[in-house]
Design a protein around this ligand. Structure first.
Ligand SMILES: [Zn+2]
Length: 284
């Protein structure tokens, strides 16, 4: 969706952002060279691993499973922030690096057992008609395209704000069983709140998708840079349009009950290198 910038231009922009952040005097870096607030690391399926890549004149290019990975830092030290997919198998995994010669960096993914949740929903939302199935498959392919967004501008921060106020009604990773049938694990955070409760951007970003989807209802996707995306679902209203720039805290819509839901709530997902990861890791 986003044609890649030329390598040289992206490096200039990348370093410019990082030096600007350093000048702004953000919090003390936990990793050498990194001036950006980082998420909490948890090396499990659905978690994030932070890998020190060492000092180098230019940022190494990193990928995981063939997908570009966020690298942050300065020539004094670079760090990769890697999202681990919920369906990843525990064990030794490798980050692929290019720049200063090809190399692989091993890391361990520990096992995790998320809780099970049983839900009852309208039968038509589990047993899909041929027309609904065709619609879902179109939407799934479109969502995969949206999730492949990787823009070169680095995020100002990896600390996200909770996008709405309410009760967290279930948690990330739950193995969900709808009407007795196992489905994909819950890949976000649910926040129960009355219809109409404001929903705000979790960080500065750009609107890369809006639409009304079969399962997710009215949905907004934001791109925060370098493969960090957030998704807001089941909205009653959407206040933004494709291509809009938003600042952290800007209102983008309101809580609703559109799509497959049992009541009004916000479903909020965070995607890093196309992996849905636990949003709580990004909260202060
Ligand atoms: Zn949800």
């Amino acid at each position: 969706m986003n044609p890649a910038d030329t390598r040289a231009a992206s490096r200039r922009a990348f370093l410019g952002v990082l030096f600007a952040a350093a000048g702004a005097g953000l919090g003390a870096p936990a990793f050498a060279g990194v001036r950006t607030a980082l998420p909490r690391a948890r090396s499990v399926p659905g978690g994030i691993v932070l890998l020190e890549l060492g000092a180098a004149a230019e940022a190494p290019q990193a990928s995981f499973g063939g997908v570009p990975v966020m690298v942050l830092g300065t020539p004094a030290g670079w760090t990769a922030a890697v999202g681990i997919p919920l369906d990843a198998k525990p064990g030794t995994r490798h980050l692929e690096l290019r720049g200063g010669g090809q190399r692989r960096l091993a890391f361990e993914v520990a096992p995790v057992r998320y809780a099970e949740q049983r839900l009852k929903v309208a039968p038509g939302k589990v047993e899909l008609s041929a027309a609904d199935l065709a619609r879902y498959e179109r939407e799934r392919d479109h969502t995969a395209d949206v999730m492949a967004t990787f823009s070169e501008e680095a995020p100002a921060t990896l600390r996200l704000r909770l996008p709405t106020q309410g009760r967290r009604s279930s948690s990330f990773g739950l193995r969900r069983v709808f009407n007795g049938q196992p489905r994909k694990p819950h890949s976000g955070m649910d926040i129960a709140a009355p219809t109409g409760t404001p929903v705000v951007a979790a960080a500065d970003g750009r609107v890369i998708d809006t639409g009304d989807y079969f399962f997710n209802g009215n949905t907004v996707w934001l791109d925060h840079g370098r493969g960090l995306l957030t998704m807001y679902c089941h909205l009653s209203t959407m206040r933004v349009n494709l291509g809009d720039r938003v600042a952290a805290g800007d209102r983008i819509g309101a809580v609703g009950a559109t799509g497959r839901v049992t009541g009004p709530h916000l479903h909020w997902s965070v995607s890093l290198n196309r992996a849905m990861v636990d949003p709580t890791l990004f909260l202060g």
